[in-house]
Ligand binder design. Structure first.
Ligand SMILES: Nc1ncnc2c1ncn2[C@@H]1O[C@H](COP(=O)(O)OP(=O)(O)OP(=O)(O)O)[C@@H](O)[C@H]1O
Length: 278
């Protein structure tokens, strides 16, 4: 298994991020400024799976949207592979969005229903001008489908998303990300829309990506068993702030913040594949 490299700069660093939303009246008058993300600092190192956990509305999605440049930040810095993204133009952001792929919560919404699996996985290759010719592109697509367990790939290429199960759709979405050889996957609640019986298989894919390709993942979840079984480290978010962070087992076994204790208490009894949250 590939290990996180302690000496290299973190792959992704969010430094003191702040995102405020401005509430406006119908006539455009500013009514209120709401702080959704407040002084959030997060690091993801190479080969590491990091979970960002917290209740609904705590600011998790806003944080990862900011990391991807999809949400303007009020303050703070996004640093990728040691390079600050502040002030970078569209070209740099486009390159960054290849290296940092987003996996959505709902694969049905993320996949264009009119496209075949082959077209869906090929789209990113065309956008980023990867794969020299059609036969190389086909090879890359088949390799990605094979990795995510859609085998034999030829059986899936011409199918449309509605003919697939929820788990298979999420595998297609992951293949579409993987084919671009990203360094980091940002997965926003990747299993919460899926049947519990197929969640473990999708989570196992992230574990295999780390083990076999040294892939890093930042996973947003309110599903504590997923975080417990998969993540190396966790950040706990409440009301826009990180209230606790640390190695997963340590945080789950001896949480120091009351909010973390309450989250764990609320989740006790939930189980996943290889055992319950302690
Ligand atoms: N576009 C927006 N305009 C105003 N407020 C927003 C906007 N997007 C999010 N918020 C607010 O910011 C806060 C954080 O929301 P966010 O979606 O990031 O939380 P979350 O932890 O991801 O929750 P969930 O798990 O439900 O997605 C919430 O109070 C939300 O209402």
């Amino acid at each position: 298994m590939m290990r996180a490299q302690a000496s290299a700069p973190p792959l992704l660093e969010l430094r003191h991020l702040r995102v405020n939303f401005v509430e406006q009246s119908l006539f455009g008058r500013t009514l209120n400024e709401v702080s959704a993300v407040d002084d959030v600092s997060i690091e993801v190192r190479q080969g590491e799976i990091v979970a960002l956990i917290g209740a609904s509305g705590s600011g998790k999605t806003t944080t990862v949207r900011a990391a991807l440049g999809l949400q303007p930040v009020t303050a703070g810095e996004i640093v990728f592979s040691g390079r600050p993204m502040t002030g970078m133009g569209p070209r740099e952001w486009k390159d960054l969005r290849r290296r940092m792929q987003l996996i959505f919560q709902d694969p049905t919404e993320a996949l264009n229903p009119r496209m075949t699996v082959e077209e869906i996985v090929m789209e990113g290759l065309l956008i980023h001008r990867l794969g020299e010719n059609p036969s190389r592109r086909r090879e890359m697509i088949e390799e990605a489908l094979g990795f995510v367990g859609l085998t034999p790939p030829g059986h899936f290429l011409r199918r449309h998303p509605h003919t697939l199960s929820g788990g298979q759709r999420q595998r297609v979405a992951i293949a579409a990300a993987l084919v671009l050889s990203p360094e980091l996957l940002i997965a926003d609640e990747p299993v919460s829309m899926l049947d519990p019986s197929i969640r473990a298989g999708i989570l196992d894919l992230f574990a295999r990506l780390r083990a076999e390709r040294g892939m890093s993942t930042l996973m947003v979840t309110h599903d504590l068993p997923s975080a417990y079984h998969l993540a190396d480290r966790v950040y706990v978010m409440n009301r826009g702030r990180i209230v606790e962070e640390g190695p997963t087992k340590q945080v789950f076994r001896s949480p120091s913040h009351d909010y973390t204790k309450a989250l764990i208490r609320a989740a006790s009894g939930q189980t996943l594949a290889d055992g319950p949250v302690p």
